[in-house]
Design a protein around this ligand. Structure first.
Ligand SMILES: N[C@@H](CCC(=O)N[C@@H](CS)C(=O)NCC(=O)O)C(=O)O
Length: 98
């Protein structure tokens, strides 16, 4: 199933840095929304995910289901499992080099 991703993050957060570094190394490219610089992003995170904690990965599935995934290590594990098990199933443009 195709999925689209957005990472809610902040530049000052070390846990967010960990996720961004993984993304860069693995070749993931999808929108980043900085919740400290962008009040609308912060409101969207709280409204959708229930809390302001970053990082949070917003996963939008093909059927419209939306999942808000908190915890940097869970996010990395999830993206890595998607990269390894369903490379042909990624939303186009999300994963370079797959
Ligand atoms: N265990 C979490 C820690 C996340 C965390 O503590 N994030 C901080 C920023 S570094 C935060 O968003 N704190 C504000 C809040 O929780 O509202 C992870 O690994 O993602």
């Amino acid at each position: 199933m195709r999925e689209n991703y957005e990472l809610y993050h902040s530049e000052l957060c070390g846990f967010c840095h960990r996720v961004r570094r993984y993304m860069a190394n693995a070749g993931w490219e999808f929108p980043l929304r900085d919740t400290l610089r962008d009040g609308e992003a912060r409101r969207a995170l709280i409204q959708g995910g229930g809390r302001a904690t970053v990082p949070c990965l917003k996963i939008t599935r093909e059927d419209g289901q939306v999942v808000w995934m908190y915890e940097s290590l869970d996010i990395i594990d999830y993206l890595e499992s998607r990269r390894q098990t369903a490379p042909g199933d990624q939303a186009s443009g999300n994963l370079h080099g797959a």
